[in-house]
Design a protein around this ligand. Structure first.
Ligand SMILES: [Zn+2]
Length: 140
């Protein structure tokens, strides 16, 4: 199969996912993964938010630390801090990369510039290497 044809097939399979994926679930999943299952804590002092402040954080709002007053959000201190892409784009790119979609295909899939795709390809590799992939560590 020619490269262009392969890419077109991959894109035809992947593009509808952008519309089908639940944005809220993507955000929740990515935040939980980036915080490694522990509750998010202030990047400045380490104090975990509680009550309505925690709820606001989980809804995606920027909060003010109850202990030190620093403003931060759910992505602060993670590789998604300051990201210009959405969690849905992150998941799409990650699936595209895992499926062997080439650079041009990734740009087409997400509608992002080369610089952005280059940066996120690196960050996704960083993210993947911090995950336990395909291991059978425990008893089945
Ligand atoms: Zn703090």
């Amino acid at each position: 199969m020619k490269l262009r044809e392969k890419r077109d097939r991959q894109l035809a399979a992947l593009k509808p996912l952008g519309e089908l994926i639940n944005s809220e679930k993507c955000t929740d999943w990515l935040a939980a993964e980036l915080h490694a299952g522990s509750s998010p804590a202030c990047p400045a002092c380490g104090k975990a938010p509680t009550g309505s402040t925690l709820e606001k954080l989980q809804e995606g709002h920027r909060i003010r630390c109850q202990a030190c007053g620093k403003g931060w959000n759910i992505w602060s201190g993670t590789l998604f801090e300051g990201a210009k892409i959405t969690p849905v784009d992150f998941i799409l790119m990650r699936v595209g990369l895992a499926g062997g979609l080439d650079f041009t295909g990734l740009m087409e899939l997400t509608g992002r510039h080369a610089q952005c795709v280059t940066a996120w390809t690196k960050k996704i590799q960083e993210f993947d290497s911090s995950q336990k992939l395909g291991g059978h560590d425990g008893p089945e």
